[in-house]
Design a protein around this ligand. Structure first.
Ligand code: HEC
Length: 196
């Protein structure tokens, strides 16, 4: 075949290879993955947790945190190995590749206190002295006094402006709802055979 003299043939052949590869390595696996039933006990995200997930994506939390527990001894502290059914309600998955911070696949079980999460997001150093995680203070307001119904975050005095109270915005509460929803259901199904 004279590819070098027939640009149309060259173009059509490349296009065909591109479409075939896209189907084989992206579209077909995505369709298969979307058929996986949710793991028993897995709950869909509430609207607020869904909003929190959008903030998680927007803030790039995935650049430092994974949400996938590998079947390796060093991952046992994060929970049981992840199974496909764990991700049924969270597509596209936020698996992540970097672990500058701990894996968050099971953080809702490991750290169930919303107050802890709010203080930690306002300034991680206030609860984990050596933390290198950025402070997400723009999700909080510093006020002289909290208004009715507002959630006051008990940030230690050393970490907030003198005489002010720190109030969580709805976005901060949504992000924490999302973190608390990151729970691995106790039984893993359907099994991948991982970890055996
Ligand atoms: C620059 C990297 C970095 C980014 C970006 C980052 N984190 Fe972290 N995160 C860390 C590190 C390091 C730790 C461990 C120290 C600590 O607890 O603060 C951590 C800890 C945590 C913990 C506690 C986990 C546990 O097991 O105790 C949570 C929850 C968390 N991060 C959530 C978030 C969220 C939500 C975002 C985005 C808004 C985010 N992180 C962005 C580095 C990061």
């Amino acid at each position: 075949m004279n590819f070098h003299t027939n640009p149309r043939l060259l173009y059509l052949t490349s296009l065909l290879i591109f479409v075939a590869l896209s189907l084989a390595i992206a579209i077909y696996p995505a369709i298969e993955a979307s058929k996986v039933p949710p793991a028993p006990g897995l709950e869909p995200l509430s609207p607020s947790a869904q909003r929190g997930r959008e903030i998680y994506v927007a803030e790039g939390c995935s650049y430092c945190h994974t949400q996938q527990v590998r079947p390796l001894p060093q991952d046992q502290i994060f929970g049981r190995p992840s199974a496909p059914g764990d991700f049924a309600y969270s597509t596209p998955q936020l698996l992540g590749t970097e672990r500058t911070g701990p894996d968050l696949a099971n953080v809702g079980n490991r750290q169930p206190s919303s107050t802890w999460h709010l203080i930690h997001l306002y300034n991680p150093r206030a609860v984990v002295r050596e933390s290198i995680m950025p402070a997400y203070w723009w999700y909080f307001q510093r006020k002289d006094q909290a208004g009715p119904g507002e959630v006051v975050v008990p940030v230690p005095d050393a970490w907030k402006p003198k005489g002010k109270v720190v109030v969580a915005t709805p976005d901060a509460l949504a992000l924490v709802d999302y973190l608390l929803a990151l729970k691995q259901p106790a039984v893993s199904a359907p099994s991948t055979g991982a970890g055996k």
